[in-house]
Design a protein around this ligand. Structure first.
Ligand code: 2RA
Length: 333
């Protein structure tokens, strides 16, 4: 297969490279594309250097089977036609097409089959916060329909990109050395802080990030589920955590929930609080699964369940999910 990565120098682009090295997807040729800033840079893939080409409106995508794109919504919108016009399948990590009715929004463990119907040759990768949550929710949905979810997220710097990760690191170094920390990628200094503000605020006083969790979850799960989210940036480098409360149609006991999580593809249960066993972003960074723990009955609601969920934002929350969509298609087409 001929695969292209668009946005090759970004945090997700770099993870695509690592994941394609590790996974069974048969890559015969790899092309890398980027902006003026990254064009000309060289990265190693399977022992050979590959140089980043400037993304342009030309015929560079002729013969490319799959383009994995992660260069922001503006670039995806601008280049979708150039990328797909010779039949290339675009698996897009940006928010550009997620809610368009003729673009499937896919998490393979939940709605892989939706990937089969992509009339525009575009498949959207959901937002990172949604991906890890729906993998967990789908396990419970198989036991009893979920009516509503309240979720508070603890989102790492990686969600804002490679430069944001560098900014967090620099802020700690600047503070340690008595310098004023630079704030560019976040609304405020993130070091020693948490910021309840990701993406822009919308008319209903939720942020766009929070409303993505509402709309994307309903589309992926084909459900009338209600989702109220509070999305918070925390000074963690690269795994997102979520505190999730849900209400099911019939009561689901913690044991039943634990069994459902254990049986589900893509989930690892880490839940032995007495032994201090629960997932934490520091130890989950770089790993593939969605981890759940702290599974308990919601004391305020007989049909309620609470749990804690952690997953690497750049892997399952972005690059890995996109590659898994391609793998799912290869296996099931
Ligand atoms: C974030 N949701 O964490 C974004 C990344 N897609 O900022």
């Amino acid at each position: 297969m001929k695969i292209a990565i668009v946005g090759a120098s970004g945090a997700v682009g770099q993870e695509f490279l690592r994941i394609l090295e590790e996974r069974p997807l048969p890559v015969d040729e790899l092309l890398l594309f980027g902006s003026e800033r990254s064009a000309g840079q060289t990265y190693m893939f399977r022992g050979k250097p590959v140089t980043v080409k400037l993304l342009r409106h030309n015929d560079d995508f002729r013969g490319v089977d799959i383009a994995l794109t992660s260069a922001g919504a503006g670039t995806s919108r601008e280049f979708a036609e150039t990328i797909t016009r010779h039949g290339t399948l675009m698996i897009d990590n940006s928010s550009a097409f997620r809610m368009e009715p003729d673009v499937p929004l896919v998490v393979p463990e939940v709605n892989g089959r939706d990937a089969l119907d992509a009339p525009r040759r575009i498949i959207a990768n959901p937002n990172c916060t949604t991906i890890q949550m729906v993998v967990a929710l789908q396990a419970i949905e198989r036991v009893s329909h979920i009516r509503r979810v309240h979720v508070a997220t603890y989102q790492s710097a990686s969600g804002a990109g490679a430069q944001a990760m560098a900014e967090l690191e620099r802020q700690y170094a600047d503070l340690a050395e008595g310098r004023e920390p630079k704030v560019e990628k976040f609304a405020y200094q993130l070091a020693y802080n948490v910021i309840p503000h990701i993406d822009v605020f919308t008319d209903n006083d939720y942020t766009k990030e929070e409303m993505k969790m509402y709309h994307e979850t309903r589309k992926i799960m084909h459900s009338d589920i209600e989702v109220s989210a509070t999305c918070v940036r925390v000074p963690v480098m690269r795994a997102h955590s979520e505190s999730i409360w849900l209400e099911t149609e019939r009561p689901v006991s913690p044991d039943e929930a634990r069994a459902a999580f254990e049986a589900a593809e893509g989930i690892v249960v880490m839940d032995d609080p007495a032994q201090k066993v629960y997932p934490m972003p520091l130890f989950i960074a770089g790993k593939d699964p969605v981890y759940v723990g702290r599974i308990r009955r919601d004391v305020t609601n007989p049909n309620g369940l609470a749990f804690w969920c952690v997953s690497d934002q750049i892997r399952k929350g972005a690059a890995l999910n996109a590659v898994q969509i391609a793998e799912w298609l290869l296996k099931n087409r």
